[in-house]
Design a protein around this ligand. Structure first.
Ligand code: GDP
Length: 361
């Protein structure tokens, strides 16, 4: 499944954030038989379109798409040397599709910083260094084999060149992800190595209320980590928000902190985007639901997310864009206006398509 691994130095607020993530889970209500692993936090992707669909179709319930986060504890200086926790730590990161690093920005004399002072740039370097070192080891290990296979023409020269280019990036201390564009890295030929720093990065800046209101400081931090995405939140506030039963009260608390959306919701949005995902929608009297697919997926692939039989027996998809459907006010009116299309197996799904699949079983 698609997960985002949460990493960070000790005492930056990872557990606080992760507790908020797991407390927030609505999985239990929506999927009563799902087993939830303790180190997995599942967050709903907020989607206002579902409410509108539920109105139009009279749906009993709404099921949004979800984003999963896995808590990857244990990064410390020296993790890449593979001692103790280190190895397991790296293995866990390898399984995640993206990495979210929690970086401490909040000042609090009562919370000790492992390096003595709050310094987001240096914290980021510490983590990057461990991941970069681990990737350098991976490449060094692979090189002799690839060189040999190029010599006996079992592999293309391009594959070796891709590795050497990646090695150069790592040697100057940069992550692969940050250099994809600048160094025109051949990601296709690097995929096999599953390099840690090739994964998309998200930076979660754990701030306090002053910085939540300080757009200038935020822009500065965001620029520091670009092209990686940034999220600014206050983990302590997030933990308090999920404890509230009253939605109105939660909204007021957010507003007071100068936030339009909770940090968890922002994280879900950014995570979804970072993973290259999008949603399509289905609706009926029972439920209005968002389904997760990759950008660029075709209609049969999308149908397969509901059930593998749907993909195998795919005939066609009846598609209307969400906006057209809402303008029309009902499915029948949308049809009357010619806004409902029949799409075949080559159709590339668009975000917000409202779909009904026709299939053979
Ligand atoms: P972890 O070691 O990264 O998992 O960090 P924790 O989540 O255990 O947090 C370490 C300490 O920092 C705890 O005492 C938290 O209450 C505190 N803390 C976490 N987030 C914030 C924050 O946003 N502001 C403040 N002032 N303290 C925080």
């Amino acid at each position: 499944s698609l997960t985002i691994g949460i990493v960070g130095l000790p005492n930056v607020g990872k557990s606080t954030l992760f507790n908020a993530l797991t407390r927030n889970t609505v999985l239990a209500a929506n999927y009563p038989f799902a087993t939830i692993e303790p180190n997995i936090g599942v967050v709903n992707l907020p989607d206002e379109r579902l409410g509108k669909l539920a109105e139009i179709f009279g749906s009993e319930r709404q099921l949004p798409a979800t984003v999963s986060f896995v808590d990857i504890a244990g990064i410390v200086k020296g993790a890449s040397e593979g001692e103790g926790l280190g190895n397991q730590f790296l293995a866990n990161i390898r399984e995640a599709q993206a990495i979210a690093q929690v970086v401490r920005v909040f000042e609090d004399p009562d919370v000790v910083h492992v390096d003595g002072k709050v310094d987001p740039s240096s914290d980021r370097e510490t983590i990057n260094t461990e991941l970069v070192l681990a990737d350098m080891q991976t490449i060094e290990k692979a090189l002799p084999r690839v060189e040999k296979e190029v010599k006996i023409k079992k592999r293309e020269q391009a594959e070796l060149d891709a590795l050497l280019a990646a090695q150069k990036v790592l040697e100057r201390g940069d992550t692969i992800f940050s250099a994809i564009e600048s160094d025109k890295l051949d990601m296709e030929n690097l995929r096999e190595l599953n390099l840690l720093t090739a994964k998309p990065f998200i930076y979660v800046f754990n701030t306090d209320e002053t910085i939540l209101g300080d757009k200038e400081k935020q822009a500065e931090l965001a620029a520091m980590v670009a092209p990686a995405q940034s999220v600014f939140l206050d983990a302590k506030l997030e933990a308090e928000l999920v404890e509230l039963d009253d939605e109105e009260e939660a909204r007021e608390m957010l507003e007071m902190a100068g936030q339009e959306e909770s940090g968890l919701d922002q994280l879900a949005h950014v995570g979804f985007k970072t993973l290259g995902l999008q949603t399509y929608l289905t609706a009926g009297p029972k439920e209005a639901r968002a389904w997760t697919i990759h950008q660029g997926d075709t209609a049969p692939k999308a149908a397969g997310v509901i059930h593998t039989d749907f993909e195998r027996g795919f005939i066609k998809a009846e598609v209307v864009s969400f906006d057209d459907l809402v303008d029309a006010g009902s499915m029948n009116e949308a049809k009357a206006r010619g806004k409902v299309r029949m799409e075949g197996k080559d159709y590339v799904m668009q975000d917000g398509d409202v779909v009904e699949f026709r299939f053979n079983v």
